[in-house]
Write a protein that binds this ligand. Sequence first.
Ligand code: GTP
Ligand code: MG
Length: 381
Amino acid sequence: MKMKKYTAPSIAEAMKQVRAELGEDAVIIYSKVVVTKKLFGLIKHKTFEVLAGVDTIEPPTPIVSEYGHVQNQLLQSAAVSNNNVHKEQESASIELKEEIASLKEMLQTLKKEALQSSLPEELQPFIEYLRRQELNEELITTISDELFAHYKKYNGISNEEIVEIATNLLREKLSSLPISGLSYKKKYVNVLGPTGVGKTTTIAKMAARSVLEKKKKIGFITTDTYRIAAIEQLKTYANLLQAPVEIVYNFNDYKEAIEKFAHLDLVFIDTAGRNYKEVKYVNELKKLISFDDDIESYLVLSLTAKEQDMESIIEQFSEMPIEKFIFTKLDETNTIGTMYNLMIKYNKGLAYYTNGQEVPEDIEEATLEKLLELFIQGEFK
Ligand SMILES: Nc1nc2c(ncn2[C@@H]2O[C@H](COP(=O)(O)OP(=O)(O)OP(=O)(O)O)[C@@H](O)[C@H]2O)c(=O)[nH]1
Ligand SMILES: [Mg+2]
């Protein structure tokens, strides 16, 4: 493949040079905006750099460009390749899919860079901060559009204004969601979630608070019968709180446990952590617990997990009456965007977030104002 770098004052000009020299079959390998600063940054000079290539033997496959007309070229080329794939081996099809996925990712990166470089300098540190928090791109765009509108209207923006505008926007997005701890209106508190996220520990924290602060008579049911250690773990906390524990292997046991606990105010149900990306485990849960009117279910997710994996878990639980999320291990991460992303995407509230292994202290009951406070932390506090 013959490759050459072109620099021009506009992308159209750069493309003209590419076509003139390499012909119509030339493909763009990358393109970027180069900003050079002179006189201590007072004068900015923008040029466009395009790396193009042409294959002399095989038909070219474009890789990426951030500009519309080149994108079209890319999509057309992908479509042509796609047709060919039907005739080719399965492995070729997988390769093509991977290539398209990586092209999309590169395109997304270029778009981000374009948005970033087009923003006034006053806004850039804050937008970078939102990105470090892994807030989703849609939310970042909404926030940056609003900040930019203010900047243009008033010919400038202060850090305080940035924080106020962004916080108000997030407040607006979250204000329709239920954000508060246990309601104490339902007797059964059912805690669901994948393995090791902190379900049992969180139950112990909530239970201790309901005894110490609310003076509730409590009990525990565990359906986690897969590991002896899991039962022992819950029993340890129950003993400390002098509360009874019932171990439930099937729906009959569950019914019996409910009868035994008729005199209690509040019963916490601990479930086994399973790979809830597998639908059969969600179905097993449905058979074991009766999701009636007197039960509120919480889905526990660890903030150290990948957002995409959390999404597939939430989707598996979508048929179940999940009241609110509980996020754990806030202390183990510097990024909190996932909390907001998931709440907004799934229109779900938040009951608690936990920030350590100590029982009962490392738990915080969620409120909208505390969440907004968390959102603007560190350098923007
Ligand atoms: N750093 C940190 N660790 C936590 C937090 N919550 C729980 N853990 C730890 O996470 C580990 C797993 O906690 P468990 O409560 O046993 O988790 P689980 O979801 O019940 O696990 P399984 O029943 O095995 O699915 C323990 O070591 C806890 O101390 C938290 O907020 N921060
Ligand atoms: Mg457990």
